[in-house]
Design a protein around this ligand. Structure first.
Ligand SMILES: *Cc1c(COP(=O)(O)O)cnc(C)c1O
Length: 471
């Protein structure tokens, strides 16, 4: 070993010395001593390895001082105590942003999570009978009432719901699906692959752009267990197209005594057509059309927590409930508490539109969004932020999250033009704030879409920009 390396290694502070320094800085007042000690050891060890790996030409670095090491250890321990999963400000204008946690929860839903989570609950206890109950019973009647379905079951998410239904109803047999509906949702969720995992055999019919009832008819055989319709919720095929509507498929299923499943995806509960948006089939529409089993998400257009909701015929739901897979995919109590509170909003659809942020963001008239942009702009201009120009302009938001493909929603953007740095750099700095602001870049500007930002979030934007402009 080189002499200078040996010299540096011996210069590395002793653990006791560092601990003393940390104690003086107050770290041991709040951090667990064994954790601090272990971090001292591993930090010194890391420096030892770094010194050993150094090449002659790279000299010019120095081994750390006791104070330097103590600083490094404090940062590392503070980092361990900081939650990595944090709130962010979604200024992207993508209303259901899967990477940003999809639907924000309503206040009532959050209250229920705290209420149910902080103590014990009647999760699986029937208070009337004083006996074991089912966790699904709490929301079952409500979901049935709101959708017109006979029965309901909730699981972890819609992917789980689809897997569970296919496995319960079609394992070992065939499920018929149109080639135009073999969708990928994102992540690893693709209909053919989920089908394979479920133990059902996929029987594709029709072509990408056109399927007819005759195609389904000809594919039915002794092994057919299910006719499946998948809502193409995140893309649109336009041009020379034809698909079989649910009603015809239901009639065909009845004729052959084969159940019809509809994976609806989004779980829209109100008529969006009334608010100037393209009309999504509502859950109630699909129940009315006669689908035997319907699956949809809790955190897309429904505006609640991540969940998979299964509604439909009682005998089908009974089979699904009894499947051992259901136990593995079951919904958690906090989710259930939030889902129940979210669903209650729909008893008064107008109130749902005001209190569920996803619905509000989707249906808020442009004037409201523009007023918010104006207000933020005034605050930004009054805050004396150096090195930045602010303006307003119209733009487009989207529903996102595999909902309302192609639908653009007019919005108002706050345009920030940094003068002393690039837009790319500004976007990055906003993203690294304590409360990160997730924005869009357009040429030399960074855009804040006011459709997905609420007024109570302004303070994070104002404080964040102050931090950024202060360097
Ligand atoms: C989103 C979606 C799924 C998956 O739902 P998750 O709740 O994300 O698991 C499945 N099918 C369709 C049609 C969807 O749109």
């Amino acid at each position: 070993m080189d002499d200078w390396k040996r010299e540096w290694l011996t210069q590395l502070p002793q653990i006791d010395e560092i601990l003393l320094s940390l104690e003086r800085r107050g770290l041991l007042n709040w951090a667990h001593r064994p954790l601090v000690k272990e971090t001292c050891r591993s930090t010194v060890e890391a420096w030892r390895r770094k010194i050993m790996a150094w090449k002659e030409g790279e000299r010019g670095f120095a081994p750390p001082s006791t104070a330097g090491l103590a600083e490094e250890i404090i940062l590392s321990i503070e980092g361990l105590h900081t939650c990595r999963l944090r709130r962010v400000i979604n200024a992207t204008g993508v209303i259901l942003h899967t990477n940003l946690g999809r639907a924000p929860l309503a206040v009532a839903a959050l209250d229920r999570i705290i209420e149910v989570g902080r103590g014990y609950s009647n999760l699986e206890f029937d208070l009337e009978k004083g006996a074991r109950g089912l966790r699904y019973d709490h929301v079952r009647d409500l979901i049935c009432r709101l959708t017109g379905a006979e029965d309901a079951l909730v699981v972890n998410n819609n992917a789980a719901a689809v897997l569970l239904v296919l496995n319960s109803l079609a394992q070992g047999g065939e499920a018929i699906v149109s080639r135009g509906e073999l969708i990928e949702i994102g992540g690893e969720f693709r209909i053919p692959e989920v089908m394979e995992k479920s133990g059902a055999r996929l029987r594709e019919v029709g072509a990408t752009n056109r399927s007819r009832l005759k195609d389904y008819q000809l594919a039915i055989n002794a092994d057919t267990r299910l006719l499946m319709k998948v809502h193409t919720s995140n893309f649109r095929i336009i041009g020379f197209t034809e698909e079989v509507d649910l009603k015809s498929l239901v009639a065909l299923g009845r004729e052959h005594d084969i159940p019809v499943m509809n994976d609806l995806g989004s779980g829209c509960m109100i008529d969006l057509g009334l608010h100037g948006l393209q009309r999504e089939p509502t859950v109630e529409d699909v129940v009315t059309a006669g689908a035997d089993v319907i699956t949809f998400s809790g955190d897309k257009l429904l505006g609640g927590p991540q969940a998979g909701i299964i509604v439909g015929r009682r005998d089908m739901l009974e089979r699904i409930r009894k499947n051992p897979l259901n136990r593995a995919l079951r919904i958690d109590k906090l989710t259930l508490a939030a889902l129940e509170a979210t669903m209650i909003h729909y008893l008064h659809p107008e109130r749902a539109r005001e209190d569920l942020r996803v619905l509000k963001a989707l249906t808020e008239p442009l004037e409201g969004v523009a007023a918010r942009a104006k207000k933020l702009l005034r605050k930004l201009k009054g805050t004396n932020l150096e090195g930045m120009r602010f303006a307003r302009k119209e733009g487009m938001s989207v529903a996102g999250g595999g909902s309302l493909p192609g639908q653009e929603i007019p919005t108002m953007l706050v345009v920030m033009t940094p003068l002393g740095m690039s837009a790319v750099r500004l976007e990055e700095m906003l993203r690294r704030l304590e409360v990160p602001i997730i924005a869009r870049i357009a040429a030399a500007d960074v855009l804040l879409d006011m459709r997905t930002v609420e007024e109570e979030e302004f303070r994070f934007i104002l404080e964040g920009l102050q931090t950024v402009t202060a360097g």
